[in-house]
Write a protein that binds this ligand. Sequence first.
Ligand code: SF4
Ligand code: SF4
Length: 383
Amino acid sequence: MGATDLAEGTLLDRLDRYGISRRRFLTYCSGLAATLALPPRYAKVIAQALETQQKPALIWLEFQDCAGNTESFLRARNPAVADIVLDLVSVDYHETIMAAAGHQAEASKEATIAAGGHLVVVEGSIPTKDGGVYCTIAGKTARQHLEEAAEGAAAVIAVGSCSSYGGIPAASPNPTGARSAESLVSGVPVINLPGCPANADNITATLAHFLTFGALPATDGEGRPLFAYGKRIHDNCERRAHFDAGQFVEEWGDDAHRKGWCLYRMGCKGPSTFHNCGSQRWNEGTNWPIGIGHGCVGCSEPGFWDTMTPFYDRLPRAAGFGVQTTADRIGVGVAVGTAALFGAHGVGKYVQRRRAAAGEAKATVAAAEADAGQELDSELEEN
Ligand code: SF4
Ligand code: SF4
């Protein structure tokens, strides 16, 4: 059976041809609902939406990047099922994986833009200094490509820290004038999925949310979806009990390191970083940086290369954070409510500000999700 045959028919037909049972597909949808922090009953809602929705076109642009997000995305969990779901979007342009090249590729992109209603994924930052000459493709600057692709798009999804916030190219002194996608696009909803790289599960879940509800998920004050960036690394960390107990690694390879104690004194930025790495993990959910004994470097925070470095020192200039002395003091082993400590040192305000912005966005999208959920629930009951 050829690739074309495998791609034809409804989603259920294609699942069948790939030997994927409906049960396995529903299990995958349950995982998507869990990733999106939706109640379990939404698995059926997502499944039904994915089975019936129209196939939107997607343009994936790569600018000042390392292709790390593409690599991450191509290694999505449950690849066989994810392939089918991702097949629900028509990836009309992606420099790394498309077969077309040169004028043929540009023509395909232009046709998609002309039709409108497409999704634009942006990977890498956009240079703006010296007329944007530091990244040109097919005779146009990255900025021109982004502005053209965003025209008439349904949404722009910035994947990775470079397209979300400028990333490493924008680190001081930012020689190319690198900027985020959001700062250069107007009139189109933009969502940021920062990380170095972005987690493939979060990219897939964002697409699934858009396909299910016809809108991007609710975001926090930094434009990140709450389902993935609503909590700090520190809130879901398996080493948290050791932080609270004042049990810290003091040197790489010491007894505390071997026992899996807290990495705060080795420079872990988990207390000021918002991301769901601890629950989603990486490499098919096998593990994550802190799980293997390396502190979080705060890669999903704006300007992390400037504000979170040096990576192996304790929170040197992290915005709104100053628990260094606090963590030192609780090193004597007294279990103390860290929320209260953070509040005393300014972190409370930092977290509260984010939560306030998040709360407003959450209320708006929760209403949309509830409407869509009720509608589909009724349909499910009727069937
Ligand atoms: S400081 Fe880092 S290692 Fe320690 S509990 Fe917080 S996130 Fe985990
Ligand atoms: S643990 Fe921290 S540095 Fe590692 S991927 Fe997650 S947010 Fe980035």
